[in-house]
Design a protein around this ligand. Structure first.
Ligand code: HEM
Ligand code: HEM
Length: 135
């Protein structure tokens, strides 16, 4: 398995733990829930679920098509973008939810844009990779 793919899978599981720990903490301190739900949701859905799909997708979809991945470089750039993007979102979001409109809001918008760009890069790279196989 390619090293970057392994790191997608590793980071996915790190986010799974972080996301569910926050979910459990929300149960314990429901008064704080409103500040942390966005981080909980996105660590689980953009972190665990999407990152797992990036890793498994990059590993298996080229094989299904009998091809190599279109751009290993995009795969690596996307790894750093998606991780920096999600980490920034998960950390800055509670501050923004508490009404902090300064640096936290700028970081949230910047890192959300990085996450969005990483999604677009993934879609582009996979669309350029997959092709129908003659049955
Ligand atoms: C140990 C595991 C988990 C715990 C203890 C937990 C706990 C919670 C809690 C307390 C809330 C807030 C509910 C509320 O007050 O409205 C919540 C919301 C949410 N959780 Fe989790 N969660 C866990 C795992 C997950 C996972 C694995 C996912 C997704 C893959 C997930 C997705 C969501 C979503 C989407 C919401 C927002 C729901 C809404 O819009 O009201 N959670 N979770
Ligand atoms: C570029 C990536 C993403 C960005 C910038 C983004 C942004 C947002 C924003 C701004 C909200 C509203 C939060 C609020 O103020 O209540 C939200 C909510 C939500 N997002 Fe995302 N999102 C992204 C990706 C995703 C993905 C990939 C999923 C699922 C697979 C997802 C699932 C959800 C859910 C379930 C909610 C509602 C959470 C709640 O009940 O509070 N998001 N997202």
């Amino acid at each position: 398995m390619e090293l970057t793919v392994v790191w997608y899978l590793r980071m996915s599981l790190v986010y799974f733990i972080a996301g569910t720990v926050i979910g459990f903490a929300i149960l314990l301190w429901p008064g704080e829930a409103g500040y942390y739900i966005s981080s909980h949701v996105h660590l689980n859905l953009l972190g665990f679920m999407s990152m797992m799909i990036y890793g498994v997708g990059y590993h298996i979809l080229p094989k299904f098509s009998g091809r190599h991945i279109y751009s290993p470089m995009i795969m690596k750039i996307q790894f750093w973008l998606s991780n920096a993007g999600l980490t920034g979102m998960a950390i800055s979001w509670p501050f923004v939810s508490r009404g902090n409109e300064g640096a936290a809001e700028s970081i949230l918008i910047l890192t959300a844009a990085m996450s969005l760009l990483s999604v677009i890069l993934f879609a582009f790279n996979i669309l350029k990779t997959v092709k129908a196989v003659q049955m």
